[in-house]
Design a protein around this ligand. Structure first.
Ligand SMILES: [Zn+2]
Length: 225
């Protein structure tokens, strides 16, 4: 894959530090908590192909990517790899997931939620917001920041699409799969995650500008944030 074509590496040469990234994340004029969304164009998603199917979201399904990510500096590169795999090997029109949360709780924009996600297993993703956490939770545990961001995007989604925390499943609830891994699934099954979604305030979802997205990705790839 020619990563130099993809936008985020441009920022790497700019020597972006943690302070600049924190300035980006700190920008909010609203009292309620803010989730910052790294836009597709910033992390380098290819435009969607043909064949996307419109749907109406009334629930959410949690996934993991199923491969250990030991070093979160690789998260942006890993996302490009998933995007390429889903398009070129699976034959899907776009990344399967609507949102992806990395190990440090950074949130990436995936497929437009107006369109049904995709799965290699036997369940119907229509009506479901697909949220994937980066890592393999059969072999590692979600970090606190990763869980916080997952709760945040699910709380935003429950408020935006009008579903209750009882409408949040793990992939393994629907199909024969280990996904989203034992340690992440435990937070769903023991009620911890739905309870948090039920009790915290819905955050404001703020899509970063292309520039700020590049800056943040550079800081993530540097390991400074
Ligand atoms: Zn899954």
């Amino acid at each position: 894959m020619d990563l130099t074509r993809r936008g985020f590496l441009i920022g790497l040469t700019a020597g972006v530090g943690a302070s600049a990234a924190r300035r980006i994340l700190g920008r909010s004029s609203l009292a309620r908590p803010t989730l910052h969304l790294i836009p597709r164009a910033a992390w380098g998603a290819a435009p969607p192909g043909p064949g996307l199917v419109p749907h109406t979201i009334d629930r959410a399904t949690i996934h993991h990517t199923g491969v250990v990510l030991a070093d979160n500096r690789r998260a942006p590169t890993r996302l490009l790899e998933w995007d390429a795999l889903h398009r070129h090997e699976r034959g899907w029109a776009d990344l399967a997931y609507h949102f992806v949360v990395d190990r440090n709780g950074h949130l990436y924009e995936g497929r437009d939620p107006a369109y049904r996600g995709d799965t290699a297993t036997s369940y119907d993703p229509a009506g479901r917001l697909l949220v994937a956490c980066e890592g393999s939770f059969s072999e590692q545990s979600p970090t606190r920041r990763q869980l916080d961001a997952l709760v945040g995007i699910l709380t935003w989604a429950a408020a935006s699409y009008g579903f209750t925390p009882t409408a949040i499943d793990g992939h393994r609830d629907l199909a024969a799969t280990d996904c989203p891994g034992d340690t992440l699934y435990a937070a769903i099954a023991d009620g911890t995650l739905p309870r948090r979604v039920a009790t915290v305030d819905a955050p404001h979802l703020r899509r970063l500008s292309l520039h700020d997205g590049h800056m943040l990705l550079a800081a993530i790839a540097d390991g400074t944030i």
